[in-house]
Write a protein that binds this ligand. Structure first.
Ligand SMILES: [Zn+2]
Ligand SMILES: [Zn+2]
Length: 931
């Protein structure tokens, strides 16, 4: 069997379809992993990396004394499977294979993924031949040619990828731990530091600083308005920017008629057709269509995987000779691009355009297959069309512009105006993405006199440098050698998801700045692009087999140790600096009670807003748990309270805006306050004026304090506190009811728990006890279907019974035995005879008596007489001696309270028969025997 391993499931399927030709491909699913077979071949897809590198066991405890952050630098690493099912199937198939072909993407990452697959195969089959297929597009021509020219895995290329993986792990893990511990951050608040990430963040922070420190300069621009044949023309003073106001005013005053045309220069300008797309230029172009870098790459990868475009991770901007440009044009014929393709074929430039970078691994991004708008959907089509049109543009002739430059003289002040007209559209015909703005000037002749309609002196200010857009940042990262074509957009995505930067253009957050400032002050190596660039160069050397992986990793280790020398020396300062700077990030505004800062606090999964004046001031506002999203401060401020609005953010969910935390706090507690019988608008107003917003605050206050606060007597305050206590209890039970229902009634579309609870409350059912006494009709009215309703009521009864028995004092262990014996309610305890209870549960009758006595006492009912263990056992013997009475009959007699010869002798046969179902005549016989 010939096993072919592809990078992803989708590419595995396509490769199989292409290689099979007319043969039918059999798709099989094994534990959710698909395989595609035909002839003697089987194709299976990975999920990118199916193993990951991690530290050896023992390094998971962040606060370990032995395994300090620095110790991670030299820690051993292991490879662990992350996709067990795929690993299993690869190994199962490898055992049977007599040839294995690795067909992962062709670049450093793909080669490393291929090497991981290679190792998985080798582990179970040490002798099978393993080779490699390399292609840049998943199209029939490329795939067939790759499989006709199979080569070997490039271990040097894979080693470069491994070196990067190891270095990234070592830098990222050790520095992240060190900085987080220094700033006392843990859990979801850790401060991540990374080899590429930190220098990138530093650039964004640096730009923000430039913007803040920017001092605008005032300057003046002078222009005049004239016209010819009714066409208005604007001419600018040739001095351009006047930085001297006096000079500008003098030039303005000197601008007078006659305005004379002194010179007219006509010219032509070539407008070069754009160069082929590499990853960076593609991302920049896609960003003009409104796609973020990450989105553009995700869509491009999808299009590649489906054979529509070539591999989108490339640094190459020159079409290789081997690329069949005519073939691609033919592929695009017949569809929506038909007319454009025909035009390009007729007007083709002699050689396609070429950019500055040329590499041999992949060609520039180009279309690989024909597609339709319907098949791709809106966003994918947008990207596909961009790639197609760019390709067409690179084969199209340059555009030409006619240019005009006129010079004027206004009584000694020189002015100029320029015009441009598109003479020949060339590539612009097929590539409408960059605008061609024409500015047509009337025809002027030297010596001609014109009117001056107006003279404008405008005051302007120099502008600070612009913030980085995502695509601009990717360009700069490339120039600085930060990251690779495959990782740059991911690094930016991480900075956003870790809340180091926000918005587009990108702006650093307080935390982002704090981390970079601290690193800049104490270990600038981490934030400078130098170190990262060095590694990229070393990786190139590994690829060329000029350096070994170990060698490069060792050098990086040494560098990191030097960084730690500095960091450890300054650990305290680093921690303090970060903590002081980031405190502001959590500050919401002034406490209404005492004026100190209110701050968002996170403790485990719970979060709240507390006063920094604690413990003197106990003011606080509770927030939904962090499972609903992490609470952060946003820019909006409540006009009434001066507090920043709060938002809950959660990965993969829409943000939840709480708004002003105090407004929301007040609104959500009004209803509970109104549950207090004495509550009225005036009292509510007085409470709010003293920053008392919740019933629990009222219940928890000393009556004197409450009396003082609202200007009432102590008695009145005591009464209020009691009412608050009652309201709290009602609320507690209500919330318990809500949780109980949520547990039993599964949420379903169109059935909201809020609605169910509302209906139950309207019917006077406000807690589990009330629910246990409710009629099935009431539950049905609340929108719960009958079967679920029955289950709900039974569960409520069971819970209430159990609670009553516990309250009465029956211990949990015994309770289980009673329940197992079918004895569930307090009533059972009071009505069932002790011998019966004892025999049903196996509990000692004396203990049963104790329980029955407690339960009856609790319910205010009389308890039955006590039965000793000895008399119970003796009684059983006595009964069994009566002819005709066996074990089964004894147990039935217990139900009627008969447990010995005496109680049987004095029993009323009729009554006993009705309880136990033993025929009256037989009972008569027993009794006669005893008498
Ligand atoms: Zn306070
Ligand atoms: Zn407010």
């Amino acid at each position: 069997m010939h096993l072919i391993i592809a990078e992803k499931n989708i590419s595995a399927n396509r490769i199989a379809q292409i290689l099979a030709g007319n043969e039918k491909v059999k798709a099989t699913k094994d534990g959710n992993v698909s395989t595609y077979s035909f002839n003697t071949k089987t194709v299976v897809g990975l999920k990118g990396h199916v193993v990951e590198v991690d530290f050896e066991p023992g390094y998971t405890n962040w606060r370990s004394e032995v395994h300090t952050p620095r110790s991670l630098i030299d820690a051993g690493t292991v490879k662990k499977p992350t996709e067990k099912k795929i690993v299993n199937i690869i190994q199962k198939l490898s055992k049977k294979a007599d040839l294995v072909t690795i067909a992962t993407d062709y670049d450093t990452e793909g080669e490393l993924i291929g090497k991981e697959a290679y190792e998985l195969v080798r582990a179970v089959n040490p002798t099978v031949r393993i080779n490699r297929a390399r292609f840049s597009a998943i199209t029939p021509a490329e795939i067939r040619s790759a499989f006709e020219n199979l080569t070997d895995l490039d271990f040097a290329l894979a080693a470069a990828g491994e070196a990067r993986q190891l270095v990234d792990l070592m830098w990222g893990a050790s520095l992240t731990r060190f900085i987080s511990l220094a700033a006392r951050r843990g859990g979801t608040n850790i401060l991540s530091v990374g080899r590429v990430q930190s220098p990138t963040l530093a650039m964004i922070v640096e730009r923000e600083r430039e913007i803040e420190n920017f001092v605008p300069q005032t300057y003046w621009m002078l222009s005049l308005a004239t016209e010819k044949d009714g066409v208005p023309v604007e001419a600018r003073h040739t001095a351009g920017r006047f930085t001297d106001h006096e000079a500008a005013l003098a030039a303005e005053a000197g601008t007078k008629e006659p305005l004379v045309v002194t010179d007219v220069k006509e010219g032509q300008k070539t407008d070069r057709a754009p160069t082929p797309f590499d990853t960076t230029t593609f991302i920049v172009a896609a960003s003009r269509l409104g796609l973020s870098a990450a989105n553009a790459m995700r869509i491009a990868e999808d299009l590649y995987m489906n054979g529509y475009i070539s591999y989108p991770r490339t640094d190459n901007t020159v079409y290789p000779k081997s690329l069949n440009l005519n073939g691609i044009l033919d592929t695009l014929k017949g569809g929506v691009f038909d007319a454009d393709v025909a035009w390009v074929q007729q007007n083709r430039r002699p050689v396609p355009t070429r950019g500055k970078k040329e590499s041999t691994d992949h060609p520039p991004i180009h279309p690989a297959g024909a597609a339709t708008r319907e098949a791709l959907g809106q966003d994918r089509w947008k990207v596909y069309e961009l790639v197609v049109r760019r390709f067409l543009a690179t084969l199209s002739p340059d555009a030409t512009w006619a240019t005009t430059k006129c010079l004027f003289d206004a009584s000694g002040e020189p002015y100029t105006a320029t015009g441009g007209r598109l003479l020949y559209a060339g590539w612009r015909r097929v590539y409408p993405y960059s605008e061609a703005k024409e500015n047509l000037l009337p025809v002027f002749a030297p010596g001609e006199r014109l009117p001056i309609k107006a003279v404008n002196l405008e005051e302007k200010q120099t502008q600070p440098p612009a913030r980085f857009s995502q695509s601009r940042l990717i360009q700069v990262m490339e120039e600085l050698g930060l990251g690779t074509k495959s990782t740059r957009h991911e690094v930016i995505g991480k900075l956003v998801s870790r809340r180091y930067v926000e918005g587009n253009p990108l702006r650093p957050t307080l935390v982002g700045r704090a981390v970079i400032d601290a690193l800049d002050n104490h270990a600038e190596t981490i934030t400078e692009p130098e170190m990262t660039r060095t590694l990229e160069e070393h990786m190139q050397l590994i690829k060329e087999s000029q350096r070994s992986r170990e060698d490069v990793v060792t050098e990086s280790r040494e560098m990191l140790h030097r960084v730690f020398d500095k960091l450890e020396e300054n650990e305290k300062e680093i921690g303090t600096e970060i903590m002081e700077q980031t405190a502001e990030e959590h500050t919401v505004g002034p406490c209404p009670a005492c004026g100190h800062d209110l701050r968002i606090r996170h403790i485990g999964v719970s979060q709240f807003i507390g006063c920094t004046g604690y413990p003197e001031c106990r003011f606080n506002i509770s927030l939904p748990g962090s499972t609903w999203g992490k609470a952060i401060r946003i820019d909006e401020v409540c006009e009434k309270h001066g507090l920043s609005h709060v938002r809950l953010i959660r990965k993969g969910a829409r943000p939840w805006d709480i708004g002003c935390p105090l407004c929301s706090h007040i609104a959500s507690n009004v209803e509970a306050l109104q549950m207090m019988p004495s509550m009225n608008d005036d009292l509510m107003h007085r409470l709010h004026a003293h920053h008392i917003y919740t019933v629990s605050e009222i219940a928890g206050m000393q009556p004197e304090d409450l009396a003082n606060a609202i200007g009432a007597g102590t008695d009145e305050a005591t009464e209020l506190a009691r009412e608050a206590e009652d309201a709290l209890e009602v609320l507690r039970r209500r919330s318990e009811l809500r949780k109980f229902i949520r547990k039993i009634v599964p949420p379903r579309k169109g059935r909201s728990h809020a609605k169910i609870i509302k209906s139950l409350l309207e019917q006077g059912i406000g807690d589990i006890h009330a629910l246990s006494l409710a009629e099935p009709a009431a539950v049905k009215k609340a929108g719960i279907p009958e079967a679920t309703g029955t289950e709900l009521l039974e569960a409520a009864r069971g819970l209430c019974n159990e609670r009553a028995l516990r309250e009465a004092g029956v211990p949990a262990v015994s309770l289980k035995k009673y329940q197992a014996g079918g004895v569930a309610s307090p009533d059972d305890f009071c009505y069932l005879p002790i011998p019966y209870l004892a025999s049903k549960t196996g509990i000692n009758p004396e203990t049963v008596y104790k329980h029955v006595d407690m339960v009856c006492g609790h319910l205010g009912r009389p308890a039955p007489a006590k039965i000793s263990k000895a008399s119970f056992e003796r009684g059983r013997k006595e009964l069994l001696e009566v002819p005709g009475i066996g074990e089964a009959t004894v147990d039935r007699l217990y139900l009627a309270g008969i447990y010995d010869a005496r109680t049987l002798r004095t029993a009323d046969p009729e009554e006993v028969s009705s309880i136990t179902g033993i025929p009256k005549t037989r009972l008569h016989d027993y009794i006669t025997h005893l008498k």
